[in-house]
Design a protein around this ligand. Structure first.
Ligand SMILES: [Zn+2]
Length: 146
């Protein structure tokens, strides 16, 4: 049922204290998607992916500063930078939902958000100078089960 050797529970376990916040947000997104009928069992979170961390350093300006996550790198993985742990919950969830949207909808940025909206019922918004993703408060409540 798990796609890769990396998909075992140990990859989810916080490897540093901050990783717990990302792992928890990811589990909430998976749980929510699962309740919506999506088979997301294979999805796993790759915290501190070296390629994401490298993008943050090497991409210039806004592109580098907003590079917190990607998919399509390792099978069924959502890769996130460690720094994403410090983002507000609304933003962490927006980021993760957008990336899961890619896994459902494909590589196009619009396709990811359309999948998030049409398949998961979650609207990904963009805000601020970095155009970071975030979820609306009502969608945060839906995902978190509040
Ligand atoms: Zn990666």
């Amino acid at each position: 049922m798990l796609a890769t050797a990396r998909g075992d529970a140990s990859t989810m376990w916080p490897r540093r204290a901050d990783d717990g916040a990302l792992a928890d947000a990811f589990l909430r997104v998976k749980g929510y998607a699962s309740r919506r009928g999506e088979d997301v069992r294979r999805l796993w979170l790759n915290v501190g992916c070296p390629r994401v961390e490298d993008d943050r350093r090497s991409l210039s300006g806004v592109e580098g500063r907003r590079a917190f996550a990607h998919v399509m790198h390792l099978p069924s993985a959502v890769c996130v930078a460690r720094g994403a742990a410090a983002l507000p919950l609304q933003v962490k969830l927006g980021l993760l939902v957008h990336e899961v949207g890619h896994l459902i909808g494909g590589p196009g940025e619009d396709d990811a958000d359309i999948a998030a909206l049409e398949v998961l019922g979650l609207r990904v918004e963009y805000f601020g100078p970095l155009r970071l993703e975030r979820l609306r408060r009502e969608d945060v409540r839906k995902v978190m089960g509040w």
